[in-house]
Design a protein around this ligand. Structure first.
Ligand SMILES: [Fe+2]
Ligand SMILES: [Fe+2]
Length: 135
């Protein structure tokens, strides 16, 4: 489970709200893996993928064409975890292995989210607060 009050905070509140929403979906997915039927797990995983897309588009749309030096590195880090999560989804569809899915979410996804917020989103939020919204 993600302890939401321990999620790293950045300078832009809308980004924190997005991370908070994503943590809710991750926690919903983990409880589905523990107690839900296969269909509930599939739906929760699909909800996570959809939310990741929304989260990453939101950040990339604010940062694109702004002269933000870390744009490509940041976007690549989004693409990498998107690819890994899609792979975990395909594995789930093919093998229904709850243990493997739980390991991915706990050891890879949650770890990624914490590190990404600290290393990438915090820098992006500072840039956006300093340079204002896109006009
Ligand atoms: Fe983010
Ligand atoms: Fe990000």
């Amino acid at each position: 489970m993600i302890e939401k009050n321990r999620l790293p905070q950045v300078a832009k509140p809308e980004m924190n709200a997005m991370h908070d929403e994503e943590a809710d979906i991750v926690n919903m997915l983990l409880s589905a893996v523990d107690n839900g039927d296969d269909k509930t797990v599939t739906q929760a995983l699909e909800a996570l993928l959809a939310h990741m897309q929304k989260h990453f588009d939101f950040e990339e749309d604010m940062l694109r064409n702004r002269g933000f030096g870390m744009f490509d590195i940041h976007r690549n880090d989004h693409s990498r975890i998107m690819g890994e999560t899609r792979m975990a989804y395909m594995n789930w569809r093919n093998f229904r292995d709850r243990e493997a899915l739980r390991d991915f979410i706990e050891d890879d996804f949650i770890e990624w989210l914490n590190l990404h917020i600290q290393a990438m989103d915090s820098v992006a939020a500072d840039f956006l607060m300093l340079h204002g919204e896109k006009r």
